[in-house]
Design a protein around this ligand. Sequence first.
Ligand code: PLP
Length: 453
Amino acid sequence: GAQTLWRQDRDHFIHPFTDYSTFHEQGCDLITDSDGIYVQDAHGNRFIDGIAGLWCVNVGHGRAEIGQAMADQATRMAYFSTFNNLSNAPAAELAAKLAELAPAHLNHVFYSCGGSAANDATIRLVHYYFNRLGKPSKKRIISRNNAYHGTTYMAATLTGIASNNWEFDTLDHLVTHLSEANCYRRPEGMSEAEYCDHLVAEFEETVERIGADNIAAFIAEPIMGAGGVLVAPEGYHARMQAVCRANDILFIADEVVTGFGRLGHFFASEKVFDTQPDIINCAKGLSSGYAPLGATLISDELFEVLGTPQGKGGVLSTGFTYSGHPVSCAAALKNIEIIEREDICKNVREVGPYLEERLKTLSHHATVGDVRGSHFMMCLENVADKATKELLPVDARVGDRVAFEAQQRGLIIRPVGHLNIVSPPLIWTRETVDRVVDILDEAFAATTESLRE
Ligand code: PLP
């Protein structure tokens, strides 16, 4: 029963990103069932899922047809190698589908098992690309403070959230971090346009200092996710891309969160941010979390050098046992079919602005200093003082308090320090939004009350 599971978990399962100073007192919350926008725990409590699992269950829970597609594939041919000339039907079909959905120049797919592995593989491919072009000094990758790119060695180094790495080693000789684009906390007296100039100038100065000959790529999330759902100033990404182009630096978009509908399009880079990345990485919503899968979408130009057409290629000595796993690819194909059939991107474009508008009504609460984000990727930032934007003490655990109060009332949202993130399945309706905002209204009121005690 639940007690046994609870004990087995406590004694044997090492949880990721978990505070082990409190974990053993609290134990875990077993999520046992799910359906549409809901999940249920072992005690039978039902919650609205406000985080899409972990920004990934884009089509919602309990889609039997995805389960069936996976079962059919697993029964017919669960696994076989894709190394050398071996392939499988779902991997080939999905690669063609991704090429169709992605910006026109991205037509080649390298598979991995998730977002971290996709980013890691990308950096290897980028280094290989410049080596083959006879420019082996182009190694350094430019990332940003507060970026989240994953947890393998390289991806954790790209990540700029200090607390993720402070007790682990990283590969710092390979990565330089620029400032994050944080409009809420931009320097006093600077307009948004001036702030954008300032950030672009920082990149230009960094290129000047390190030397373009030593820089391979710039990587950025279109909207920074785990770092606080930070929306860059208007025009920022296109201008950063222009600096890349002028300096023979590749522009990599990490669309692990923003891809597959979260901002109302399959990919946000081109449609929302007016950029044409050389590489787009995706994972999460690619399979809506029904199976682990990551994909690196590579431009025709890069493929000319990496790949093997016209005998130009060589041996691409990298890959995973599970690159192009048939069951994961079958899940992704069915997931994409659902997104298209139900026009889920359109739902996001319609309901997203309503979610933004309604969440902004929570600004009257004492702790809510900023409500930001776009469409189904939103965040509320808690502060002690709205005028100075000063934070509450860390031990007030304000994000945890709000999340706890929301969960008591039937809604799961994500606390990250002083932030609360809302990144729901993309099937929320206006009615769901109204219910969620009512719950959050009560949760923030209860938090303000509890902070006074
Ligand atoms: N990139 C971004 C933008 C992410 O948000 C994440 C995960 O949250 C990752 C990469 C890492 O993906 P994964 O956890 O699948 O390795």
